[in-house]
Design a protein around this ligand. Structure first.
Ligand code: NDP
Ligand code: X2W
Length: 325
């Protein structure tokens, strides 16, 4: 028998992507789906293309007290509403939380799977990084570990596809008319991802991230995150590439590329594409990273984390090629 998994928040963008990946996972059997407004629907009502073996699974009203026996629960609930309910889940049931309630919370591993898989492997509670931290920290980790950049002087500019905001509620400001042919900066100076980015920079470097600047921009595409990160340091471009290639040697989901990466390279995958450009005379290092916000930024990394905590090959269910174009 396979590993019994459940997804709460399955009707949302993150939960739906987890469903897509788990439906073709070699070891995971989806036996439980839950939500709020979608409760009572069959999966096929919400996802007409779902494999026939899962079509009749009925979405339950989310209630941790009525969970069936599961090995792993994926939680993909809006940030702010999962902490209380997940605290009632039996201690031996593994959880991967895709939402933001447990990042750098005691008892939860921060699931930066490509950087520190060994810190995740023996855990029962894993908090997936946010989509922007997932993109930016992978690019910065080698440079920080090798002390090629100053941790206290990092400026992160990210562009995100609209699915990063979730399906949202009735008052969503993400309609076609609001977002098509439009670019919007938001969250200036106080975006919710800044603390986890700063904490991880400090953990990787041993220095302070006090000068961190982080500005996201909403762009009119469905999926994808592009991070362009400006750092201070005297390294050459070749030193940055060598650092990343060494740091990620044999890591399956990281691609270090000479060409500046593009969001479509990652669509539908758990890959992260990293690149670098540096000018030592100007004390300038530019790091670039591309991911799919629903892949490495959410469900892809969640399945990678679940593989790690279940002792499976890290790539199980995640080796499909990206979608092109
Ligand atoms: N979208 C992305 O790119 C990323 C998202 N995340 C995080 O993942 C989480 C989910 O995001 P996303 O999928 O985009 O959001 P969506 O708005 O698309 O989906 C939210 C899901 O949560 C369910 N839900 C909402 N309220 C409740 C409730 N009270 N009880 C039970 N279920 C509830 C909804 O179910 P129903 O329809 O049944 O009401 C829906 O399935 C969030 O924390 C988000 O910040 C993290 C990284 C990237
Ligand atoms: C476009 C957009 O709105 N994106 C979201 C990021 C999604 C994410 O990673 O959210 P959590 O940290 O809550 O899990 C945002 O900026 O908040």
């Amino acid at each position: 028998m396979g590993i019994r998994v459940g997804i709460v928040g399955i009707s949302g963008f993150g939960g739906g992507e987890a469903l897509r990946l788990i439906a073709s996972h070699p070891s995971f059997d989806l036996v439980y789906a839950a939500g709020e407004g979608s409760a009572g629907s069959r999966l096929v009502d919400r996802f007409p293309g779902v494999p026939s073996t899962l079509a009749e699974l009925v979405i339950q009203e989310w209630n941790p007290a009525t969970l069936p026996q599961l090995d792993v629960l994926f939680a993909s609930l809006p940030t702010g509403i999962s902490a209380e309910a997940l605290s009632c889940v039996p201690k031996d049931m593994k959880i991967v939380d895709i939402g933001g309630d447990h990042r750098y919370v005691d008892g939860w591993a921060y699931g930066l799977a490509d950087v520190w898989p060994q810190q995740i492997a023996d855990q029962v509670r894993v908090a997936n990084p946010g989509c922007f931290p997932a993109a930016t920290l992978n690019a910065l980790a080698p440079l920080l570990a090798d002390k090629l950049i100053e941790p206290g002087n990092i400026v992160i500019d990210v562009k995100t596809g609209i699915s990063g905001a979730g399906r949202g509620g009735a008052n969503s400001q993400f309609s076609y008319a609001d977002t098509n042919e439009n670019l919007q900066p938001y969250g200036l100076l106080k975006h919710v991802h800044m603390p986890e980015i700063a904490k991880t920079i400090e953990k990787l470097s041993g220095g302070s991230a006090a000068g961190l600047v982080f500005t996201p921009h909403l762009v009119p595409m469905t999926r994808g995150v592009l991070a362009t990160i400006y750092c201070r340091g005297g390294a050459t471009t070749d030193q940055c590439f060598a650092s990343a290639r060494r740091f990620y040697a044999k890591r399956p989901f990281i691609r270090v590329t000479e060409r500046p990466p593009q969001t479509k390279w990652a669509t539908g995958s758990n890959l992260a594409f990293l690149s670098y450009a540096a000018d030592p005379e100007r004390n300038l290092v530019i790091a670039m990273s591309v991911i799919d916000n629903l892949g490495k930024g959410a469900a892809g990394q969640a399945v990678q984390n679940a593989n790690l905590i279940c002792g499976l090959p890290e790539t199980a269910g995640l080796d499909g090629a990206p979608v092109w174009p």
